[in-house]
Design a binder for this molecule. Structure first.
Ligand SMILES: [Fe+2]
Length: 365
């Protein structure tokens, strides 16, 4: 059961839907570690297309049965009890020594140190099944895994490299028609003990008539803080909720859709969004603090993510501040179908997404 329940006048009343937490056993962890070591020997890097093309079969072969079942159920469960996030506690052993000091930023990270972890993450996506892909809109591609590392120069930004301000909850790449279906966040290091932030569209008691206007295509969907939205792109409108009316999916980015200083929604759109946010902001969950080796797997249509402000490289123990290694998290994104988005992938690489904004591609690659 992935929700808290209380007994209320002999009736079970659901009070709060929560992400499902799965404690990985030491035996399961050993299987996953061994699989990653074996696959690294065979394929060299998780970027190897032979590995990625076969990732579903490899997942079935190497992953513990319990995890395969959990992943398969998660991938096609859009029910009212599905939060849209799974937490795998202790999925991998992280060798802190071999990672060394946290690099200054993602640009200077040595990705060969992340190879084993990349294999493990790819297998989890493979089990859904979903295919790891890269997005030109994020770091010009930059590979199937992005290291998310706090960067002093980017402290104040609404990006993965920021730290000193809250990163508002958002579904990843809300400004794309073919945004990732699933995301994984593997924590290699979180010595600052920064809680993760999640928000599920399923946490609303009901998506009744009040929210029907969110299905209308009247909303400006600006790109995120990493990218500039051109003036003509402001005119492309879309809906915030989509799919099933009763149990919808969402493309939502509070910072960009509601609080952008440059892009103004129409009066109606702003009103509906604001009403929605008034309820949503009370439903944000931030009670889970990931430890090294934990993985959060998110359905990017059901569940948004973010993070609270923190001081990178500082750990507070009983009110005393100690220096620590800065946080490192590895993000992987995946799509269930390479066919559906073929108009938005590179001719020679269907795993490389070149959509720029709501159905329009980058032209200057
Ligand atoms: Fe994000």
């Amino acid at each position: 059961m992935n929700s808290l329940e209380i007994l209320d006048n002999d009736r079970m009343t659901q009070v709060k839907l929560l992400p499902t937490v799965i404690e990985i056993t030491s035996q399961e962890r050993r299987m996953i570690n061994d699989a990653a070591v074996h696959l690294q020997r065979k394929y060299g890097s998780y970027e190897n297309r032979d590995f990625i093309r076969h990732v579903h079969q490899l997942a079935s072969y190497f992953l513990p049965e319990r995890i395969l079942h959990i992943a398969a159920d998660f991938a096609s469960d859009f029910s009212k009890n599905q939060y849209g996030a799974l937490v795998f506690k202790g999925l991998m052993d992280i060798d802190q020594e071999s990672i060394g000091r946290t690099p200054a930023n993602w640009q200077s990270a040595d990705y060969s140190k992340f190879d084993l972890y990349g294999f493990a993450c790819a297998l989890i996506h493979g089990a859904l099944p979903s295919k790891p892909v890269q997005y030109y809109s994020q770091r010009k591609g930059g590979g199937l895994i992005h290291a998310i590392i706090p960067d002093e120069k980017m402290r104040e930004t609404q990006t993965g490299s920021g730290s000193s301000t809250d990163l508002y909850v958002h579904t990843e790449d809300a400004f794309l028609k073919h945004q990732a279906d699933f995301l994984s966040f593997m924590y290699l290091r979180n010595e600052e003990q920064v809680p993760s932030t999640l928000y599920s569209i399923r946490s609303h008691e009901s998506i009744g008539e009040n929210y029907r206007p969110l299905f209308e295509r009247i909303y400006k969907i600006p790109k995120d803080a990493n990218l500039e939205t051109a003036t003509n792109e402001e005119d492309t409108l879309d809906s915030v909720l989509y799919g099933n009316f009763e149990l919808p999916f969402m493309r939502f980015d509070a910072a960009e859709q509601l609080f952008s200083s440059t892009i103004k929604q129409s009066e109606d759109a702003h009103h509906y969004l604001k009403e929605f946010w008034e309820e949503a902001r009370h439903l944000i969950y931030s009670d889970f603090t990931p430890q090294a080796g934990d993985v959060i797997l998110v359905n990017n249509h059901l569940c948004a993510h973010g993070r609270s402000a923190f001081r990178a490289g500082v750990r507070n123990i009983d009110g005393v501040e100690y220096p620590c290694e800065r946080r490192i998290m590895l993000r992987m994104m995946s799509k269930v179908s390479l066919i559906d988005m073929r108009a938005h992938t590179l001719t020679e690489d269907p795993f490389f997404v070149i959509e720029e904004h709501l159905g329009k591609n980058f032209t200057d690659l």
